[in-house]
Design a protein around this ligand. Structure first.
Ligand code: SF4
Length: 351
């Protein structure tokens, strides 16, 4: 077992510790582990068991995160370890997120950065499982990555403490924050074993205060997580709390893991959700996991000109001026970074 002392915890009496990395804020007795099973109290010191143990590494277009308004076309080195602080019954990465051990290939931060360089990436993405629970690994890698000019992005369930958000913020450029079921607290309790959704909104505000580029997804699960009222409520919160230009991705559910009896989200449901979010005042709403759908594209919120045409993770037409404006009406389109016409759109795995 490799031991790396954890960040963001307090030592308590009787060799107990209090972890404040994620919103579960576990109190852990000597010899015990946190809910995520990858942080262990050993003689009153908390250790991260998954440090530099990558269970997955691969190259992805940034559009796969999804990030639609951040360095379009860029390639990212995506890494993950085992473990998660959620127990989503529909997780499409359950084989690694719900893994009980601490399996993984040794891949220290400097090797991640080297792999990013060797594979012509422009950034590094901490993804597939929850980066909050491999925080120390992501933190050290992010620092190194920044030093050599790479950007860093988190794909997260948002269930981190404000302390964690503040700590990673100096090195984090973008975050995709994934909601499920429109943020319905009952949905989270039933399907993800999450007691409260409030910390996700707190973390979002903290990321916003720190000027991190934010995109938000919402997985629409038929029947139990497809309420248009919830989607409207979430869209209004995003509009007022983060900004009406925040990209909002409505994702199609596919049956997986323990929820194989629920069918994929009907396209009609996704389209109704799209209209609901637009009517709530969000300027950039997307439908995800439906390759070829017209709502994969970016449209000008002022004149409706198509500005970026996409097919799945690929950009197939770029119709913005050099200074990121609509060529028809001159509307400024909020896109952070620059276009990276890499020519790659297919993800590939290193292991
Ligand atoms: S990261 Fe979260 S789940 Fe894991 S020990 Fe810390 S508070 Fe508990």
């Amino acid at each position: 077992m490799s031991l790396h002392e954890a960040m963001l915890y307090k030592k308590l009496e009787d060799k107990k510790v209090n972890c404040y990395l994620c919103a579960r804020r576990c109190h852990i007795n000597d010899g015990g582990s946190g809910f995520c099973l990858v942080r262990k109290n050993n003689d009153g010191t908390l250790f991260s068991l998954n440090y530099a143990k990558a269970i997955s590494a691969g190259v992805d277009p940034v559009e796969k995160k999804p990030l639609a308004h951040f360095n379009p076309g860029a390639l990212v080195m995506s890494i993950a370890t085992v473990g998660c602080n959620f127990r989503c019954q529909f997780c499409d990465n359950w084989m690694i997120s719900q893994e009980k051990g601490t399996a993984g290939n040794p891949l220290p931060p400097e090797e991640v950065v080297k792999a990013a360089r060797d594979n012509d990436c422009q950034g590094i993405s901490y993804t597939y499982t929850e980066p909050t629970i491999f925080f120390e690994y992501a933190y050290d890698t992010s620092k190194l990555a920044r030093e050599v000019g790479f950007f860093n992005t988190f794909v997260t369930n948002g269930y981190m403490t404000p302390e964690a958000a503040k700590t990673i913020a100096p090195y984090l450029d973008a975050a995709t924050v994934d909601f499920k079921g429109g943020g319905d607290p009952e949905f989270y309790k039933t399907f993800s074993a999450v007691p409260s959704v409030a910390p996700i909104f707190e973390a979002l505000k903290e990321l916003r205060r720190n000027n991190i580029h934010i995109e938000i997804t919402n997985l629409i699960v038929p029947k139990s997580g497809d309420s248009l009222d919830r989607i409207k409520e979430l869209a209004i919160w995003i509009r007022d709390g983060i900004g009406k230009d925040t990209p909002f991705h409505l994702l199609r559910f596919h049956p997986d893991y323990q929820l194989t009896s629920i069918p994929a989200t009907p396209i009609e449901t996704l389209e109704k959700a799209y209209m609901t979010a637009k009517e709530a005042g969000l300027n950039y709403v997307y439908i995800g996991n439906v390759p070829g759908h017209a709502s994969e594209n970016t449209y000008c919120p002022n004149c409706n000109e198509m500005l970026i045409k996409r097919y799945s993770f690929a950009i197939t037409r770029w119709n913005l001026t050099k200074d990121m404006r609509c060529p028809v009406c001159g509307q400024c389109i909020p896109i952070k970074g620059t276009l990276h016409p890499s020519g790659h759109s297919l993800p590939y795995a290193l292991f």
